[in-house]
Design a protein around this ligand. Structure first.
Ligand code: DAT
Ligand code: MG
Length: 149
C-alpha cells in the first residue's frame, strides 16, 4: 500500500469544489489518513515547489499557492501515486482528458485546482513537510476487502 500527499489549491476553495474533489478520491477507493485546512507560509510553499525554483512560472505559482487556504491531505491506496495523478489529468487543464479532475473542472495551468505527489520519495517528503506524524491516522477500513482483494 502506498501513501501520497494531495493538496486542494486556493482556487478549489474559492470555487467551492472541495467536496467534489475529495469525493472523487473517496469513490475511487482511496483511504483518507489526514486532512486539514492550512494557510501556508511562503517558506512552506517554496520548499514544496523547490524543484521549480528559477522557472518563469515560479513566482506566480508561489503567489497563487499562498493566496488563500489550502486543503492538505494524506491518502493511502494501491498504486495511489500514479493512480491519483491519472485522476488529476495533465498538468495543463487545457490538455487534460475529459473525466479527469483538471479536464472536467479547470481551463488553465496556473489554476489547476489540485496537487498530487509524483513519486514515492516526493510523497514522503511532502507528507512530512505538511503534516506532523500525530496528524496522520492509521485506521483500518471495514470495506477494505471489497476494495482490495
Ligand atoms: P504537477 O502539478 O502536475 O505535478 P509540475 O510539478 O510540473 O506539475 O508543476 C507544478 C505546478 O506549477 C503546476 O501544477 C502548475 C505550475 N506550472 C507548471 N508548469 C507551468 C507552466 N508552464 N506555466 C505555468 N504554470 C506552470
Ligand atoms: Mg509536480
Amino acid at each position: 500500500m502506498e501513501r501520497t500527499f494531495i493538496a486542494l489549491k486556493p482556487d478549489t476553495l474559492q470555487r467551492g469544489l472541495v467536496g467534489d474533489i475529495i469525493n472523487r478520491f473517496e469513490k475511487k477507493g482511496f483511504q483518507l489518513l489526514g486532512l486539514k485546512l492550512v494557510q501556508p507560509p511562503r517558506e512552506l510553499v517554496e520548499k514544496h515547489y523547490e524543484e521549480h525554483l528559477g522557472r518563469p512560472f515560479y513566482e506566480g505559482l508561489v503567489n497563487y499557492m499562498t493566496s488563500g487556504p489550502i486543503v492538505a491531505s494524506v491518502w493511502q491506496g494501491k498504486n495511489i501515486i500514479s493512480s491519483s495523478r491519472s485522476l488529476l489529468g495533465a498538468t495543463d487543464p487545457s490538455k487534460a482528458a475529459p473525466g479527469t479532475i483538471r479536464g472536467d473542472l479547470a481551463t488553465q495551468v496556473g489554476r489547476n485546482l489540485v496537487h498530487a505527489s509524483d513519486s514515492p520519495v516526493n510523497a514522503e517528503r511532502e507528507i512530512s513537510l505538511w503534516f506532523a506524524a500525530k496528524e496522520i491516522q492509521n485506521w483500518s477500513r471495514s470495506l477494505e476487502p471489497w476494495i482490495n482483494e
